[in-house]
Design a protein around this ligand. Structure first.
Ligand code: COA
Ligand code: ZN
Length: 313
């Protein structure tokens, strides 16, 4: 079964954006900087940091203008921020962004709720943003949400997914990240969807962005890996969700995907111990226990070792 796995994959860390925008606690600027520094130290090289959407819609990330200039810069280290319109792009450029992400939905109702535009309106808006961003030398990534289904149980047709993903690539996005925004997907559905998409688009043009709401994210990631997908969005400790998609709990946890892939011989470039240290910081910042399984297992093991060490000593 696992004969043809790619030797290495790219992990796209979305905790500082998708994660933090869904937390009740607004993490102060210093905390965001420290979290991202810890993620960089763990080896993450693609990090979603901030969002230049309306601060009224996502107050947790309203300080993105101040965040970007504070982040460590290194060759090969890329930060990306969400941009819904030209106003958002202006803010991203002023903050020194080198990559932005446009985001569309594969469901009409969700599109209206999330960005107050129909799918066609949002394609036109994203095209303006992408063209203007590219003219300034920025990389542009595309997100497509609700690909596996909606909170209300609707499922976009394959034709809709293909059309909107195709529009994102055609307007100039270097990659489309396919979102199981509410975590409803199953492995069989993932196989069907990706096989059809990979018949039309090359594997490097696609990424998967999975949420673990129903415990199927890791299984879906494994199917995607088997089919040749090489970019996986995940969030440290399993932070995350989307506040306009009720029931969207955490993203696939970065520790879980790093642990499983690296133990299977697929290189991620990430140091798991340092990643857990970043998770501990995230957990402190949001003030609640994070859901990541490997994250909690490593912490639990450490605490038990400490206790038995104390008894032995
Ligand atoms: N940054 C800051 N402010 C912005 C903005 C941006 N990118 N885009 C619009 N605004 C402001 C406008 O200036 C206006 O302000 P005012 O009321 O003080 O005049 C207000 O927001 C409304 O602008 P309008 O163009 O009418 O937008 P809208 O109300 O139709 O909302 C979006 C459209 C896209 C800006 C909004 O839906 C949004 O930010 N959605 C993001 C949702 C999200 O991030 N979801 C999570 C991703 S899963
Ligand atoms: Zn998400």
């Amino acid at each position: 079964m696992f004969d043809a796995l790619p030797p290495r994959v790219s992990i796209y860390e979305v905790g500082p954006r998708d994660g933090l925008q869904n937390e009740a606690t607004t993490v102060p600027l210093e905390g965001k900087v420290a979290l991202i520094e810890a993620l960089v130290a763990a080896g993450l090289r693609r990090i979603e940091a901030g969002s230049f959407v309306s601060p009224k819609w996502i107050p947790q990330l309203a300080d993105s203008d101040a965040l970007l200039p504070r982040l460590p810069k290194q060759a090969g280290l890329v930060y990306s921020s969400l941009v819904p319109n030209l106003k958002g792009l202006e803010r991203a450029l002023a903050a020194g962004a080198t990559e932005v992400a446009v985001f569309l939905s594969s469901d009409e109702t969700h599109s209206k709720k999330n960005i107050n535009m129909t799918i066609d309106e949002s394609i036109a808006e994203a095209r303006k943003v992408t063209e203007a961003a590219q003219a300034k030398g920025l990389g542009v990534r595309g997100y497509l949400s609700m690909v596996w289904g909606t909170p209300e149980g609707r499922r976009p047709t394959f034709e809709t997914v293909r059309r909107v993903a195709g529009a994102l690539l055609e307007m100039g996005c270097y990659q489309v990240s396919l979102g199981d925004t509410v975590g409803v997907g199953t492995p069989r559905q993932t196989e069907e969807l990706l096989e059809q998409l990979l018949a039309v688009f090359p594997a490097p043009a696609l990424a998967v962005h999975l949420h673990d709401t129903r415990g199927t994210a890791l299984a879906n990631a494994l199917v995607a890996l088997e089919l040749g997908i090489e970019t996986f969005d995940s969030s440290v400790g399993g932070l995350g969700g989307c506040p306009y998609a009720p029931g969207a709990s955490g993203n696939l946890a970065t520790e879980d995907v790093v642990y499983m892939f690296s133990q299977m011989g697929v290189e991620t470039g990430i140091d798991l111990d340092k990643l857990v240290a970043a998770g501990e910081r995230a957990q402190k910042l949001v003030g609640r226990k994070l859901s990541g399984r490997v994250f909690q297992a490593v912490i639990g093991q450490r605490e038990r070792a400490k206790k038995s060490g104390a008894l032995d000593g």
